[in-house]
Design a protein around this ligand. Structure first.
Ligand code: FAD
Length: 346
């Protein structure tokens, strides 16, 4: 027997919790289904040394600010997990876990049928907030399957411990690549590989400044765009340290992979033990396959409030700017959750 709920939220990470907070305030009948083994969403899988780009006050969900950590510097991965755990408990959000939603289909009575490994639900509305962590992206490189060394996506990187003394390539010119290369270069022969030269922000620009400037830009009244744009590398202390010891140079992408390593554009061969792909993520939308709303770009066409154009009972939240400006950040997902819930309740 399917359980009836007006609204089912899939995913209990930061976006799902922000939606939950507004749904509670709007006195909606809802449940949040999450397949994590505890609270925290993708933060549960962040690497050991991961820290936020912003202070706690700039990394908060609606209703309750993240407490200041009891250490110097910005909040750590564990601080965020502790905050999301306490947030869920504080508002007694109705999260059920671990529940893995496998498919969503259109029921004959006009509702959506949500099927999971722990039963099924019938809902008038579904909010997908499944994040991106389950869908790491690695670019197609000739010979990748033949490589005999270790390949790891940043999604599964934990620490540099197992890499000591090895020849390592860290691929990717974003913040993950910079931070992981900075850490690995302390213990291994690490080479940072980027498709285009990385753009570094000034030392005094952190996530707070970026968010304010990006907000101004979004509203059309930007006055100062930081050098390198908005997606550039934040000079967190480990990255600054790597720069100061001369370890932050990058090289252009290799052309192919072999059993032993890689071949560089000038034809030189390099022997490589491990490659860490810091090449981003795509939205994790497998469970929507049955609705046939996911385009070839891996996204769902949505309106400004997050409603799927091809399925008005489905809403998407938290995946990136295509589901609302800054909606993939702690501070930004609340704003979009408010708009989404307001529209659903109306
Ligand atoms: P998630 O946190 O991934 O939560 C989705 C949840 O849904 C998960 O628990 C997942 O298990 C569950 N789920 C997925 N599919 C199903 C299913 N079929 N059935 C049931 N449950 C399912 N953001 C900031 O604001 N500040 C930062 O400084 C910052 N730094 C970052 C640094 C790095 C290196 C990375 C990678 C990200 C960073 N982020 C930062 C972004 C942030 O971590 C993610 O964008 C955020 O976790 C996304 O939240 P979410 O709720 O959308 O998804």
């Amino acid at each position: 027997m399917a359980i009836e709920k007006d609204i089912v939220v899939i995913g209990g990470g930061q976006a799902g919790l922000a939606a939950g907070w507004y749904l509670l305030r709007a006195a909606q009948d809802f449940v949040i289904l999450d397949d994590g083994h505890g609270p925290g969403g993708a933060w549960r899988h962040g690497w050991d040394s991961l820290r936020l780009f912003s202070p706690a006050g700039y990394s908060s969900l609606p209703g309750w600010q993240m407490p200041q950590p009891d250490h110097a510097g910005f909040p750590t991965r564990d601080d965020v997990i502790a905050y999301l755990t306490a947030y869920e408990a504080r508002y007694a959000l109705p999260v059920e876990r671990p529940v893995t939603v496998r498919t969503i289909s259109r029921a004959e009575d006009g509702r959506l049928h949500v099927e999971s490994d722990r039963g099924s639900w019938l809902a008038g509305t579904v909010i997908a907030a499944t994040g991106t962590w389950r869908n790491p992206f690695i670019p197609a490189i000739p010979g990748r399957e033949s490589f005999g060394g270790v390949q790891l996506h940043s999604a599964h990187y934990v620490s540099a411990d197992t890499l000591a003394g090895k020849n390592v390539l860290v691929v990717g010119g974003g913040n993950s690549g910079a931070q992981i290369h900075a850490e690995v270069s302390l213990v291994a022969n690490s080479t940072w590989v980027t498709q285009t030269p990385p753009a570094f922000l000034p030392d005094d620009v952190d996530g707070r400044v970026l968010f304010e400037r990006a907000t101004a830009h979004h509203r059309g009244n930007a006055t100062d765009v930081p050098a390198g744009g908005f997606g550039s590398i934040v000079m967190v202390p480990p990255v600054r340290d790597a720069r100061d010891r001369g370890a932050l140079a990058s090289v252009p992408m290799f052309e192919r992979m072999t059993l032993e390593g890689v071949i560089w554009p000038d034809g030189r061969r390099a022997s490589v033990d491990a490659i860490i792909w810091c090449t981003g993520f795509r939205a994790a939308l497998d469970c929507l396959d049955g609705l046939q709303v996911v385009g070839i770009d891996g996204k769902v066409a949505v309106d400004a409030r997050g409603m799927a154009l091809a399925e008005p009972r489905l809403w998407l939240l938290g995946y990136g700017d295509w589901t609302g400006f800054a909606s993939a950040t702690l501070i930004g997902c609340g704003r979009m959750a408010r708009e989404t819930v307001r529209a659903i309740a109306a």
